[in-house]
Design a protein around this ligand. Structure first.
Ligand code: 13P
Length: 260
């Protein structure tokens, strides 16, 4: 069985002191983590170092970043590279989030370069894909997912793709309080797994995790994870309060049958 992955995407929230207070409280509430659950916090770049220090060396909670540039160093004002994130103790990096695609014009060719750079530096990319409401209403969800996956992962070996986690985040569910139903999420996850299997192999795809993201809360996480097609969650709003993030971690641990 695949280990569940729960990632808190803080987006552009919390200054360093708030981040540290959050992590101390989270550690208190989750002194241990079930072996069936991996928990990641992805603060803004400016809080990565403080969060790393606050987590300490023995915490099972891992660190992720929300974006990066594909070059290793050079004249790229305002950018942050994979070696820089690695140096700060990041294990994961979220790439191709729909906010980056829509607000900052990020496209699949740059996402592909970022994935390649992340893998080269042993960061685990979390590739976000998902359709808009108009695309869903037109019945083109599967086509959109297929296109995003093909464009972002073309040219990679199966072994490289195996190192990527996919996050299905329907744009209409992000920050709206209107989560996809478990059935909608499962259908999209099946499509994603089928596309991945056709570009790699069923054996590789079986080991890959596909997360759901979009208005995940302590109330709906259990029903979403009731399906073994859903291997975890990428959480925005509900990860900003310690109580709700810790509750999600506990619910997930209990649902996958080992208590925190
Ligand atoms: P919300 O959980 O706030 O809907 O955000 C989801 C998201 O974008 C996580 O990356």
């Amino acid at each position: 069985m695949r280990t569940v992955l729960i990632v808190g995407n803080w987006k552009m929230n919390k200054i360093a002191s708030e981040a540290v207070a959050f992590v101390h409280e989270l550690k208190e509430r989750l002194p241990t983590l079930s072996a069936t659950v991996e928990l990641v916090v992805a603060p803004p770049f400016t809080a990565l170092e403080s969060v790393r220090m606050a987590l300490g060396t023995s915490s099972p909670i891992q660190l992720g970043a929300q974006n990066m540039f594909w070059e290793e160093s050079g004249a790229y004002t305002g950018e942050v590279s994979a070696p820089m994130l690695k140096d700060l103790g990041c294990r994961y990096v979220i790439l191709g989030h729909s906010e980056r695609r829509t607000l900052f014009g990020e496209q699949s060719d740059s996402i592909q370069k970022k994935i390649r750079a992340a893998l080269k530096h042993e960061l685990r990319p979390i590739l976000c894909v998902g359709e808009s409401l108009a695309q869903r209403d037109k019945g083109s969800t599967d086509d959109v997912l297929m296109q995003q996956l093909h464009e972002s992962l073309s040219g990679f070996t199966g072994e490289a793709i195996a190192g990527v986690t996919i996050a299905y985040e329907p744009i209409w569910a992000i920050g709206t309080g209107k989560s996809a139903t478990t059935e909608q999420a499962v259908a999209a996850h099946r499509t994603i797994r089928r596309v991945l299997a056709s570009t790699t192999s069923p054996a590789i795809t079986d080991c890959m995790r596909i997360l759901y993201g979009g208005s995940v809360t302590p109330e709906n996480i259990e029903s979403l994870l009731a399906s073994d097609q859903i291997d975890g969650a990428l959480i925005g709003g509900a990860c900003l309060q310690v109580e709700s993030f810790a509750t999600i971690a506990r619910v997930v641990s209990a649902a996958r049958s080992i208590g925190v």
